[in-house]
Design a protein around this ligand. Sequence first.
Ligand code: AMP
Ligand code: MG
Length: 282
Amino acid sequence: MPKSPWSVPVTEALHASGVRVADLDTNATPGFRGDKKAGELLLEERRAVLSGLQEKLYANGRSGDPRNILLVLQGMDTAGKGGIVRHVIGSVDPQGVDHAAFGVPSAQERRHHYLWRIRRQLPRGGQIGVFDRSHYEDVLVVRVHDLVPPDVWGKRYDEINRFERTAANAGTTIIKVAMFVSLDEQRKRLTQRLDRPDKYWKFDPADIDERAYWPAYQEAYQAVLDRTCTEYAPWYVIPSDRKWYSRLAVTELLIDALGKLDLDWPPARFDIAEQRRRLADL
Ligand code: AMP
Ligand code: MG
């Protein structure tokens, strides 16, 4: 039998338990035996597998199955969240994707509880929901920049756990992905955005200011992993200096989650023989 390209399943290799964010090797490729070339080749294959499984999920959703997947993407700017949306989620039928990006809350959003805008975007049955940033910003940027007092953000971890447990009980498989690049790699990627006219649109001068807060963000991410990695909504930590690896890893996490739903094609809700006869006559 050919050797698996993975020495350890991704769900084990990347699980957040015990991870020290400050010590993470962001250039590593945990669990994967191959190099970039092998990773890129495998990604092509696995994208097709993901697409097939997603179609089954969608088909079941159309038949009333409430189950769905929620992929939560968190990471500092340039970590590659957009690349995951484009290169991983981009391999499935867009009809089956509920994508939501969460930026600075609007005036309307600010008048509501921080989970209000999140709840409205939870995926429907049969969908893969993708959150590009999420309710975790309310314990990340908010904590780092003292946007609310510590006793306010401090209560949010438990509240988030309860919120996610409720969603999980209602049929959502939650996969949370924290993408980490090194400060050096981020400088490279920001430099590219300044070097290339096709990347100017991604550049935000504020991203440079945020670099000064790197240790505070690491601490805030550590608290998130320590306090909100649960059985029903686990965190996976993705070293993301190598884009091919982070994309492959997230693809595998999605394939794993879909596989565990043990989906079949929904049965026909009509009499097949009868429909054949009707079709022959008309
Ligand atoms: P981007 O993802 O590059 O479009 O940037 C979105 C920005 O919105 C990031 O700087 C986030 O930190 C910020 N953001 C997202 N959610 C919140 C929030 N709840 N409070 C404050 N800032 C937020
Ligand atoms: Mg940005």
